[in-house]
Design a protein around this ligand. Structure first.
Ligand code: UDP
Ligand code: MG
Length: 325
């Protein structure tokens, strides 16, 4: 198998067939692999996405394309769906692509051809040239990359997504990381390898709605930072040092006033403000601790990242319930 394309799908029933049609069109291009594996991972859809995948498997696409469907037992999130696909991918090269046709399979084939022509490169990432999104979201995303790269232990290329094609060695490296909280952008940066970026402009979504809300994106961004750096913990240390230093200085000032100027009773508002300030800092510290502690707790349970209800890769395949981690 030359290339495995992993397609995480959450309520993409209207996109499965158009996606497959587009892949078929692209198979005629010079960049296309000889043999292709499409792995659709149905991430707990409620709109009959998996039935569409089954239709593709029943009908067969082309002798050069094999289709596999993995149905997860519920919605585990895109990252989990990506891992499920990765564990099943057989290709010597592997790629991730969205089901909504915002990302053109022709670009996956270009990335594939680039890897085939450049033995020194292990991974090709498509970077969004122009983002079709609101100004507020753009600003937040920009801040996120800045903040992550300032404090994170690895460097995230701005606007790089998981729209990539990579060699098996990269796939194995990603699989060797069994963590529950998966943040692909960070995982790709963490495993290293020679990565080449190519620009691309995402198209409009073909059908359905994006599953990302602003709240979800914020959570994802914060989770990414907590997953890849313990810098917020150090921030608490610095805050603690700073407040201790300030209180020592203030103590000296008060002592000085007491001894030289006579007793000076500090105002009630000052006390209230200071109590609130330090209480706030303590609560902030507890919150940051809690964020890490919660993650340790959940990672400590060693639960599987996803549960597959069935995996189908042949027409009329029997139900094969299975559980994977
Ligand atoms: N997706 C998924 N599970 C989820 C949310 C999304 O598998 O819980 C899939 C979705 O079906 C799509 C891809 O992840 O193929 C990207 O999602 P979406 O288009 O909603 O994100 P956007 O393009 O807006 O970043
Ligand atoms: Mg999309």
């Amino acid at each position: 198998m030359d290339l495995s394309l992993i397609i995480p799908c959450h309520n993409e029933a209207g996109n499965i067939h158009p996606f497959a049609k587009r892949v078929l069109e692209c198979m005629g291009e010079a960049d296309a692999p000889q043999t292709l594996e499409l792995i659709f991972v149905d991430d707990g859809s409620s709109d009959g996405t998996f039935a569409k995948v089954l239709q593709l498997i029943e009908g067969g696409l082309s002798p050069r394309i094999s289709v596999e469907g993995i149905e997860l037992s519920r919605n585990f999130g895109k990252e989990a769906a990506m891992l499920a696909g990765l564990e099943h991918a057989q290709g010597s090269m592997v790629g991730f692509i969205d089901a909504d046709l915002q990302q053109d399979p022709a670009i996956s084939f270009q990335m594939f051809a680039y890897l085939a022509a450049h033995p020194q490169t292990d991974c090709v990432a498509a970077v969004q040239e122009e983002r079709r999104e609101g100004r507020v979201l753009k600003w937040f995303k920009h801040r996120f990359y800045k903040a992550f790269n300032a404090v994170g232990d690895v460097e995230l290329p701005a606007n790089a997504s998981d729209f990539r094609v990579f060699r098996r060695n990269v796939a194995e490296a990603l699989l060797s990381m069994p963590e529950y909280f998966r943040f692909s952008k960070g995982l790709f940066a963490w495993v290293g390898f020679n990565t080449h970026t190519i620009p691309y402009t995402p198209a409009e979504r073909h059908a359905g709605d994006t599953s990302w809300s602003f709240r979800k994106l914020m959570g994802y961004a914060l989770g990414g930072i907590v997953s890849f750096t313990t810098w917020p913990l150090r921030l608490i240390l610095y805050l603690g040092l700073l407040t201790s230093l300030i209180s020592v200085i203030y103590l000296i000032v008060v002592l000085f006033e007491y001894l030289i100027v006579g007793i000076n009773v500090p105002g009630y508002p000052t006390l209230v403000c200071l109590i609130l300030l330090f209480f706030g800092i303590v609560m902030l510290a507890l919150g940051i601790f809690g964020e890490y502690l919660g993650r340790i707790y959940i990672e400590g349970k060693r639960r599987p990242v996803y549960i597959a209800r069935r995996t189908v890769n042949q027409p009329s395949d029997d139900l094969r319930p299975e559980e994977r981690s």
